[in-house]
Design a protein around this ligand. Structure first.
Ligand SMILES: [Zn+2]
Length: 383
């Protein structure tokens, strides 16, 4: 992602009390070409943590970022060797009485296959339409590198960062991050911080700065289902003897209650004559009430929001948004996911609908919260 400084902005720096960072913007734009070259150098290192033949490259990426941390004025920079790939630690702790921010990122990348889907080679960064294309440019070298350059810029312009800083970067995020988990567990004091800044995430849409306040993890499990030791005659045993494959399918569908009957009861699909299909947005009931729905789904929320927005406008959609409560945020996430899928599949109409919801989102949330207040006030006036 490319940084485009905006000039002539006024306002206040959110980190300190000094007038807003026009001079930081200037520093960044004056050094943009160098920042970009440095990032490209990092992106050229094929630090693929899943492939042992690239272990040397992953180590080289660690050395590269350690070097840049030193260059940005960070102290106590160390490369911590582990069983697999190294960690990089650094700190700067000279802002007494100020909070401590722990910055996390990773310098390893996923393998670049399938190679034929790349327009330009994955480890040869290329600029197109103001974007930088390379493996790791958006996960996570680009974001991680912006942290380091932010500190360099703050130091260059303001003399020092406004807060205490710690960095913990890893080289095996793409293979499960075992070493970082062990290291964090063993070093609570060293890593103590008031806030952790993780930018191994994404923006909802181009040009929409996004603050992710929660991330999910993964749970792995292995399920073994055993059936009869020999073939059983279908006429004699069929239906009565449990079938291992069927058992697994049933188990999976029950895990999230996505069995067909449950989804039919939700009113989002139709199962007739052996055919199952998702209902179209227009086929969903027009008067959906998330509070009356015993099992409101994110899918329904997203579809109904779009329907309200397209048919009745922002105020009506904002009313529904307010009713949806905690389902709302996830509905926006789903809209953005579906937008990406539809865009890739070239389903233009659907892509426009999902995009419409994402774009209208700030306005909808604004209306939802101010509308809520208005209603509360009315209630006070009319007890
Ligand atoms: Zn990542």
């Amino acid at each position: 992602m490319r940084y485009r400084p905006r000039h002539g902005r006024s306002g206040r720096d959110t980190l300190g009390s000094k007038p807003m960072s026009a001079s930081i913007d200037r520093y960044v734009s004056e050094n943009e070409a160098r920042f970009l070259e440095e990032l490209k150098e990092l992106l050229r290192i094929p630090s693929i943590s899943t492939l042992p033949e690239h272990n040397g490259d992953t180590h080289r990426a660690a050395e590269y970022v350690a070097d840049k941390l030193r260059g940005a004025g960070m102290e106590n920079v160390e490369i911590i060797e582990t069983e697999r790939h190294p960690l990089v630690y650094a700190d700067w702790l000279h802002a007494p009485d100020k909070p401590t921010v722990l910055c996390y990122g990773h310098f390893d990348v996923q393998p670049p296959d399938p190679l034929e889907l790349w327009e330009t080679p994955p480890f040869e960064p290329a600029e197109r339409n103001g974007n930088l294309y390379a493996r790791g440019s958006a996960d996570d070298k680009g974001q991680m590198y912006s942290h380091i350059k932010a500190i360099e810029a703050l130091r260059a312009v303001q003399g020092k960062p406004p807060v205490n800083l710690k960095f913990l970067l890893e080289g095996e995020e793409e293979v499960g991050g075992v070493s970082v988990a062990e290291y964090v567990a063993k070093n609570p004091e060293k890593l103590r911080a008031d806030v952790a800044l993780v930018s191994d995430t994404e923006m909802y849409a181009p040009g929409m700065p996004t603050l992710n306040i929660g991330l999910r993890g993964l749970v792995y499990m292995e399920i073994e289902a055993r059936g009869p030791a020999r073939d059983l005659h279908s006429g004699l045993y069929g239906g009565a003897a449990p079938n291992a494959v069927f058992g697994l399918v049933e188990l999976l569908s029950k895990a999230k209650d996505t069995a067909i009957a449950a989804l039919e009861a939700d009113g989002i699909l139709e199962a007739k004559k052996g055919k199952v299909r998702l209902l179209r947005r227009k086929e969903l009931g027009a008067d959906w009430d998330p509070k009356a729905d015993s099992r409101p789904t994110v899918w329904e929320g997203t579809q109904h929001l779009i329907r309200r927005l397209e048919e009745s406008g922002e105020e009506a959609a904002a009313d529904l948004l307010r009713e949806m409560g905690s389902l709302a945020e996830v509905a926006r996430d789903l809209a953005y996911r579906l937008f990406s899928i539809c865009e890739k599949k070239k389903w233009a109409d659907e892509a426009i609908s999902y995009n419409g919801l994402v774009v209208a989102w700030p306005e909808l949330t604004r209306r939802a919260s101010s509308g809520g207040k208005k209603k509360a006030e009315q209630q006070e006036l009319l007890p």
